[in-house]
Design a protein around this ligand. Structure first.
Ligand code: SME
Length: 151
């Protein structure tokens, strides 16, 4: 499925009246992981700005030990501070990376802004080296803008 075809499906989930916010987030994880072959783990982390930690939210994929990540640590923790997308074509080439599984070869993290504040992020792991393009970034930015409407 193309990103263009996926966009209305994301919006459809956002607008569903009978689902909680977490259920919507989980459905979006499922949709993305089912639709894009190289999206092998799709999940959300949410920031606690008092403790400067990220907390695992809804996700689809292998269970992870990394349920709490301090700001600055790993790809996710860096995005909590940089407020910008982080595309890692090859995780083996990254110093500040938190490994979840040896099957993960690349990662993309896109921050989620609500009223200009970075409240969390969508995190995607892939089993393929260097699969992410600017199209992924634009699509995931769209997903984050849609999700921001739930806050
Ligand atoms: N690899 C991430 C940790 C989270 S997992 O991918 C689920 C990182 O370096 O921040």
């Amino acid at each position: 499925m193309t990103f263009q075809e996926l966009k209305p499906k994301v919006t459809e989930i956002i607008l569903k009246a009978n689902l909680s916010r977490d259920e919507k987030l989980l459905n979006i994880c499922q949709l993305l992981s089912d639709s894009i072959t190289y999206y092998n783990w799709v999940g959300f982390y949410f920031a606690n700005h008092d403790t400067k930690t990220l907390h695992l939210g809804p996700y689809v994929g292998a269970e992870t030990d990394h349920t709490i990540i301090p700001f600055g640590k790993g790809i996710c923790g860096q995005v909590a501070e940089s407020n910008t997308n982080f595309v890692v074509p090859d995780v083996a080439a990254q110093d500040n990376y938190i490994a979840c599984s040896f099957t993960v070869k690349s990662e993309i993290v896109v921050p989620l802004f609500v009223d200009g504040k970075n409240i969390g992020q969508i995190d995607i792991d892939s089993h393929v080296i260097d699969p992410f393009t600017e199209e992924d970034e634009r699509f995931l930015e769209f997903v984050c803008v849609e999700i921001a409407k739930l806050y």
